[in-house]
Write a new protein. Structure first.
Length: 348
């Protein structure tokens, strides 16, 4: 059975339509993103900004063809994003033409697969989830120390929806996309947010306390912790969450596995499904897949050889671009900077 369902009433001019065919065991006509009315408080300055920005005209369509879920989107959010360019991010948002495909019935792998420099998945509004950064300690890509997007050392110009813009104009999330649901959204029932590249669904950070059935809701916790001790190389100093490598997975520490996933019932999958969970602590957005990612997501990071070489010369990874460097001399000296040395995220 195929149906069309309006998930969002856009807060700006433009259509946002989800066309989906649900699999066996899913509700046939009640697909619903919790808290679809945006209630995030807005400052007077933000309200004034909204009066002058152009209409979002977000477009995201999910449909089914054979054993694939087909996703067509332009990558523009369904509500007005933050102001771009801004002090921490000099790039403007450009609409895209995403043509993606993911398994309709995803299969578990026997091991986790790191996402590397690929997007993890895509939200229901057609915006990519791309948690990693290209920023490394002292801009040394061989150092083994990547600055964490929400670690505080680099001003990345994230808006209030935990998103910002790559050099090629790609608007993408580094954390829970708060604009997809209200401040209390997803606390009464698990909230479907999007799909990973391997086809498994992505949910918000609240889930059933009893994974086997609808039950009281609880905030799901990641099983990652900040390591104890000091860094053995690179920036040195105590582990504190500034770098991605400051974190370690501890099995059983939280509710989720190393890919921030679990098997549990949800409104769309009452018999249970493996799914990923976005959390408000590391890894925020998962850094690995438990299934088999579709190659269409890998191609999002493509580009010609000349462009790859040019980006590499700037310390950026192909298709991604540096995740924003602050102006020289702006603000306090970030973690890992050495007196008289290079500043992190400076591009120098």
């Amino acid at each position: 059975m195929k149906f069309e369902h309006q998930l969002f009433q856009p807060l700006v001019t433009g259509a946002f339509l989800i066309s989906m065919q649900l699999g066996v065991g899913a509700h046939e006509s009640s697909l619903h993103l919790q808290g679809e009315t945006e209630v995030i408080e807005q400052t007077a300055a933000e309200a004034l900004w909204d009066m002058f920005v152009s209409s979002a005209e977000a477009s995201a369509t999910f449909s089914v063809s054979g054993n694939k879920r087909i996703i067509t989107a332009n990558g523009y959010p369904n509500i007005t994003p933050g102001k771009f360019p801004n002090r921490g991010n000099p790039h403007a948002i450009n609409k895209k033409n995403y043509q993606l495909a993911i398994p309709l019935e995803p299969k578990r792998n026997n091991r986790a697969t790191a996402i590397g420099n690929k997007p993890f998945g895509i939200a229901l509004n057609g915006v990519l989830m791309d948690p990693g950064t290209a920023e490394t300690w002292q801009n040394d890509r061989q150092s083994g120390w990547n600055y964490e997007a929400k670690g505080g050392a680099c001003r990345l110009g994230l808006d209030k929806f935990n998103a910002h813009v790559q050099p090629d104009g790609t608007y993408h999330y580094h954390g829970i996309p708060t604009g997809l649901f209200a401040q209390n959204g997803g606390r009464k029932t698990p909230a479907l947010i999007g799909y990973a590249a391997d086809g498994f669904p992505i949910y918000g950070n609240y889930g059933y306390s009893d994974p086997a059935k609808p039950s009281s809701m609880k905030k799901l916790k990641s099983s990652y912790v900040i390591k104890s001790g000091t860094r053995p190389s690179g920036p040195g100093g105590p582990y504190n969450g500034v770098f991605t490598q400051d974190y370690a997975y501890q099995d059983g520490r939280g509710d989720l596995d190393q890919c921030n996933g679990r098997f549990a019932a949800t409104p769309e999958y009452p018999d249970g499904t493996y799914h990923y969970v976005l959390t408000d602590s590391f890894p925020f957005i998962p850094r690995c897949w438990m299934g088999f990612p579709d190659q269409s997501f890998s191609r999002l990071k493509g580009g010609g050889g000349a462009r790859r070489a040019r980006l590499a010369g700037r310390g950026e990874r192909p298709g991604q671009g540096a995740e924003m460097r602050p102006p020289r001399g702006a603000g306090p000296r970030p973690e890992g900077a050495r007196r008289g040395g290079k500043m992190p995220c400076s591009g120098s």
